[in-house]
Design a protein around this ligand. Structure first.
Ligand code: SAH
Length: 268
């Protein structure tokens, strides 16, 4: 069976500035007749859009409308780019789009392609040095779609597992207390002076980064909708410039000072 539906490409646009878009993402955006996305993400990629493309900006909570519009335009035969910040498969539009296509019995009929993007936590890690390096988990504090009791359960499990913990959506206009509540849960199992990095708007003009400790993560004004927090594990430390999680090389090799020549000789 042949259908003349237009392709929907779901594109992760990365953490912010257009330099962090992949070549494939850039090409896919340029090829589209219609570009659909959250208005502020569309603004961020404005410089790469051209005047012949139809731009369809949507409000923050209009995710269902965004996906349904993408499907509608595809059925009209249009090539659609559905853009989503970071990677579209991480708290982004990919899953919802596939659910909607499924619900409409269009799976396998509407052509869909996914183009990965750099997730915010990778950009935050790069900005802070090497805070992740080992097993980690990401927990969103937004209880819009996930009940708070599940978020609490995940925070406790992450703390018990000594994961590096990445917190997304730490605060919004309506959710101001959740970060302190989350911190108190983590403090049940994690040392209060464990290093943490608070990173706002990474790769964007208003980027701000602070390295602090778990007990202070809720004391900074820069915590907002555009902030990610990374809390280290039991092997994380900071120096004058960086936050570093030891992956465990020191358990296997002698990483004491003035040992470079000896280690290189042993490796060879
Ligand atoms: N799909 C995105 C996540 C969307 S959820 C990804 O792959 O990363 C939105 C959350 O991502 C924000 O609340 C914030 O916690 C984080 N975030 C997105 N962009 C960011 C940036 N430039 N700097 C810091 N955090 C960011």
């Amino acid at each position: 069976m042949h259908y003349n539906y237009g392709k929907i490409t779901v594109i992760g646009t990365g953490p912010g500035d257009a330099d962090h878009l992949s070549k494939k993402a850039l090409e896919s955006i340029k090829e589209a007749e219609i570009v659909i996305g959250y208005s502020s993400y569309l603004k961020q990629i404005d410089s790469i859009l051209n005047e012949n493309q139809e731009k369809m900006p949507f409000n923050m909570k209009d995710e269902i409308k965004r996906c349904e519009t993408a499907v509608k335009k595809s059925l009209e035969g249009k090539t659609v780019a559905l853009v989503s910040g970071g990677d579209a498969g991480i708290y982004g539009m990919s899953g919802l789009l596939l659910e909607i296509i499924d619900k409409e019995s269009l799976t396998g009929k509407v052509p869909v392609e996914f183009v990965p993007g750099i997730p915010a936590f990778c950009a935050v890690s790069a900005a802070a040095g090497a805070p992740i390096t080992n097993d980690f988990c990401v927990i969103s504090l937004s209880n819009l779609l996930t009940p708070w009791k599940d978020i609490e359960k995940r925070l406790r499990a992450a703390a018990a597992g000594d994961f590096v913990i990445i917190i997304y959506n730490p605060k919004s206009m309506k959710r101001k207390e959740e970060l302190t509540m989350a911190k108190n849960i983590l403090l049940e199992n994690i040392e209060k002076d464990t290093p943490a990095v608070i990173a706002k708007a990474v790769t964007r003009p208003d980027e701000e980064i602070v390295i602090t400790t778990l007990e202070n993560i809720d004391k900074f004004d820069i915590v907002s909708m555009n902030t990610t927090i990374v809390i280290g594990n039991g092997n994380t430390y900071v120096n004058d410039l960086y936050m570093i999680t030891r992956r465990g090389y020191g358990n296997k090799y002698d990483l004491s000072k003035n040992n470079i020549d000896k280690n290189i000789a042993e490796e060879n």
